[in-house]
Design a protein around this ligand. Structure first.
Ligand code: ATP
Ligand code: ZN
Ligand code: MG
Length: 503
């Protein structure tokens, strides 16, 4: 693979006659090549010329891409000219930066990039030229990221439309359904729930709320407390910085609810807005847009990103490991758009998210314990018909991969828990409902947030207990009549509230 970087450097002044560029420039370039490319390929200064304060150089490499070489060259040149001639390098850009790299498979459609560029592909060999790449782009390694992005887009094209990876892990015995209706329809009929005043949100009346909280108590008493998980209460807004680190920001920008702030809380500045409300009795949308900022944060999408933020930059003492915590304070918000359905696919849901950190063996053991406690709940308390499957880990879906069939995928990876919903059709043909999952992500997040263990490597994982999903799975199989409910669940639910009667 060959790489070629045509750079233009601007000096702070012309060189005095005591400096000999013919000696200086090739010497500093070969030092920079030795330091950044060395034996990893052939690097060289292919061309150069100096006109006044403008120095043009061309660097070529068959090893690492030569932008680090350019940075080293500019730094050394500045140092040396500063000392000998009081001249520095004021700025530099890459007029043209060409690189070759390979793709997993030939792309099936055009690939776009949001930077000035030219891309050609022959078979699986791609040649990318970035033009007018800024100093910031060179310092911040945009070329390598652009290359990864092209590779990712090509990979995504090949996998598009292919089945998601799914491999059955366990299945409960079949159970005869006590109910075949859609539980949300049934709850609506009884006024247990009402579709909310804004998109995809529901108001749960006393009975539905009681049942949702019952599910929460089952999870706390049967799974989390016995395994020693401790509760934390985390903020509800996720910072962009946090979501940049987890990869959510690039993976899911169309699924967030964004948070905006008033530009001021000074009533005088809001006078026009309030006057318009008083006169028109409508929302003055233009005036409102003028008075609030653009998005400054994201309403909680999942809790684990902010849990990792809490631990960022810290070293966990051995006595605190494995660390087992959970949050149930932040409510998850997702823009589900066309996919919304009943209580099982909503834009605002209640979830307990346990997060765990520790040594690899400790987390693999904890996963077995969690699987065992979950099995106990779904078999013996809720008496559900359910199954588990290995699926594409959520962090890989974001990068366009379908799943890997290697040994590591059974160590790190995601297990989905699915329930049969009789109202959707037969067991074999209908889509089952994912009601929770369990992931071990290795060092991905502990590295991204610089979280360390006192000794050894630190892995992490999380499991999302979706309470609306637990509830709909249960009601879809058992119906809304408490007399048919399993004894284990009845014990937790106790007496139901008398629901509000509407005339
Ligand atoms: P699905 O494919 O069903 O949308 P997902 O893969 O998006 O699920 P995750 O992002 O893995 O789900 O979220 C973990 C858990 O959060 C799910 O197992 C489920 O319990 C819950 N959950 C996710 N999205 C919703 C939603 N829109 N409504 C209710 N619960 C949800
Ligand atoms: Zn998570
Ligand atoms: Mg989803």
């Amino acid at each position: 693979m060959e790489h070629r970087l045509e750079a233009e450097l601007t000096l702070s002044g012309s060189l005095p006659s005591t400096v000999h560029p013919d000696e200086l420039i090739p010497r500093i370039a070969s030092e920079a090549v030795a330091r950044t490319i060395g034996a990893r390929g052939q690097g060289r200064l292919a061309e150069w010329n100096l006109e006044g304060v403008r120095l043009r150089i061309v660097l070529e490499s068959t090893g690492p891409r030569p932008h680090q070489t350019l940075l080293a060259f500019a730094r050394r040149l500045s140092e040396e000219l500063g000392r000998t001639a009081r001249v520095g390098v004021r700025s530099f850009v890459a007029a043209r930066y060409r690189t070759e790299f390979s793709l997993d498979a030939p792309p099936t459609a055009a690939i776009t990039l949001p930077l000035p560029h030219h891309l050609t592909v022959e078979g699986t060999l791609a040649t990318l030229s970035l033009t007018a790449l800024s100093e910031e782009g060179l310092r911040d390694n945009w070329m390598d990221r652009a290359v990864s992005l092209v590779q990712e887009k090509a990979r995504r094209q090949t996998y598009e439309g292919k089945e998601q990876f799914w491999s059955l892990l366990s299945a409960s015995p079949a159970r005869e359904p006590l109910f075949r209706g859609d539980p949300t329809e049934e709850m609506l009929k009884r006024h247990w729930v009402r579709s909310g005043p804004t998109k995809g949100k529901w108001f749960l009346g006393p009975t539905a709320a009681h049942l949702l909280r019952t599910m929460e108590r089952v999870a706390l008493e049967e799974v989390l407390r016995p395994l020693g998980f401790q509760e934390v209460v985390q903020p509800h807004h996720d910072s962009f910085e946090t979501l940049l680190k987890t990869g959510h920001l690039e993976g899911l920008p169309g699924e967030f609810y964004y948070v905006a702030e008033p530009k001021t809380r000074d009533p005088a500045a809001w006078e026009r807005f309030t006057d318009l409300v008083k006169i028109t009795r409508q929302v003055p949308e233009e005036e409102l847009a003028r008075m609030v900022t653009g998005p400054t944060a994201v309403s909680c999408y999942a809790q684990c990103p902010t849990t990792y933020w809490w631990l960022s930059g810290r070293t966990l003492a051995s006595e605190s490991l494995p660390l087992k915590i959970f949050d149930r304070a932040a409510v998850s918000n997702r823009y589900e758009s066309g996919g919304r359905h009943g209580l099982e696919r909503v834009d605002e849901f209640h979830r307990i998210e346990p997060v765990f950190l520790g040594a690899r063996e400790d987390l693999l053991a904890l996963r077995e314990q969690l699987l065992e406690r979950y099995r106990h709940v779904f078999d013996e308390v809720l008496e559900l018909e359910w199954r588990t499957a290995w699926v594409t880990p959520f962090y890989m879906q974001q990068s366009g991969r379908v799943g890997v069939e290697d040994a590591e995928a059974r160590v790190k990876g995601t297990i989905d828990f699915e329930a049969y919903l009789p109202y959707r059709g037969t067991r074999e043909e209908s889509e089952w409902l994912e009601f929770q999952n369990l992931s071990i992500v290795g060092e991905k997040y502990t590295k991204a947030f610089s979280i360390k263990a006192q000794k050894g490597e630190l892995w992490s994982g999380c499991t999302g207990i979706g309470l609306e999903r637990w509830l709909t799975a249960f009601l879809a199989q058992k119906g809304l009549d408490p007399s048919g409910w399993p004894a284990g669940f009845q014990r937790y639910a106790g007496e139901l509230p008398t629901d509000v009667r509407f005339l």
